[in-house]
Design a protein around this ligand. Sequence first.
Ligand code: ARG
Length: 566
Amino acid sequence: MKENVSKVISEVVGGMEREQIKELLETPPDSSMGDMALPCFAFAKVMHKNPASIALEIKEKLEDYKDDLCIDRIDAVGGYCNLFFDRAEYVKKVLTSLQQDNHGVMKTGEGKTVCIDYSSPNIAKNFHVGHLRTTVIGNSLYKIYDKLGYKVVRINHLGDWGTQFGKLIVAYKKWSSKEAVEEKGIQELLDIYVKFNSEKEAYPELMDEARGWFAKMEAGDKEALSIWKWFKKISMIEFERVYKMLGIDFDSYTGESFYREKVPALSKLLTEKGLLVESQGANVIDLSEYDMPPCMITKKDGSSIYHSRDIAAVLYRKEKYDFDKCLYVTGLEQSLHFKQVFKAIELMGYDYYKNLIHVPYGLVSLEGEKLSTRTGNIIYAEDILNEAINRAKELINEKNPTLEDKDNVSKKVGIGAVIFHDLFNQRIKNIDFSWDDVLSFEGTTGPYVQYTYARAGSILRKYGKKITDSNIEYKALTDDSTYELIKAISGYEKAIEAAATRYEPSVMARFLISLCTTFNKFYQECKILKEENENVKTARLYLVGLAKDIIVEGCDLLGIQCPEEM
Ligand code: ARG
């Protein structure tokens, strides 16, 4: 609509480009002020008249084009030109577009590949609430890009290499046993890691031992590697449990340990390119010219480091997947790290540094305090999910005790609540974790959206027959609340595109809330099954079905499943 309207306006009023006019066109907050509005203040300078008389002039000129533009009425109010669409025509346009394949969402990404690096937890550490964020944001971005036709490679860049494993081996040998690790899993690894860190103050020689074991790992020592592999296996069992609950898969679990072997070749390449300099025994790329600390490639003892393993990973991924874009979903605190890594790629002369994108998210705190495994100020992802499922079960027992398959429904609702809570706010916002917020099922929450889906389903089940799109009378869908619902649905494709370009699943979450709010208003204000006029009834039922389809698809784009009943 904006395209067409701006084209006509630019033809009838001189002095301003079509694109500029398109930018000016607004959607009024309330349909009583029109479906589209043109504020005329910006024309005042070009036309040397006051905005009110310009609005009047534009209105008069547009009157002749009303039919072409599917506009029913034009009001000039103050400095605004308010356009009211021909509702039946507009409804027809929206519904026809949604009836197309993929609900009319253009597959703009066809032929392009996006790598998404997300979740990527550190092994031997619990999967906590912070990892939950990268996991659900990354998963949603995968679904959204996939919907747009991109080939998506889901990468779990496991933190499975580094000096901490040297510490862990020392701690294991001193304070733990095979039985204890087997019995308590990650928790045991965490406990002994914490113990190491508190003991090392008093016994500094522990650090030398730890460095020694890590050096052994780097050198390929059998014993060191087999303990490390075992720790990794134990960790993966826990991570996979969480992924299974969330319904998440990855295409690659190629983590840091894989890339350390590629660092010697990287060092050689950097030397050839004249980028590697020695600094206090370590090898670094000097980034002082760009106001950044040096990017370390190898440490004093020659071992690889987080930065160099990431640079090696960029080169490997480019070679293997030939990505058009590679996204990194991590906390905001890693911004400098990625700036350094991307700068290194640029300095190496690879133009695709432009397609490496850090997608940061805000910090999670607990009662205003930083999360820390060391102080015990921590919440584990699995506990949150389980608690939410229990809470959902309690509510279902209270409100719908005869519901079938309560266990499955509680899972979908509880997990849906946690995911939605995470994705609803802009990702960059810090979250102070609160059980009450996460477990709230009212207002702008996942269960509210799921409930709307179930309500739509129940209407259709009661009706029992199928409705096809060929017998819809568009005029029957033009009363105020139905029309608002159509307008809300019409934003589907835009919401997907905006969520993709801004790497922002919250756009989708907010779209769903506005869709469900308008749906529930429509449900309250319009008769559906009880409607006497058959044409109106069929059209409304058709709309219920469409809204239902879009809700479930939108939820899927967030990684949320909808139970048929709840
Ligand atoms: N393992 C890291 C952490 O838990 C995140 C890794 C992100 N991905 C990457 N390619 N650096 O903080």
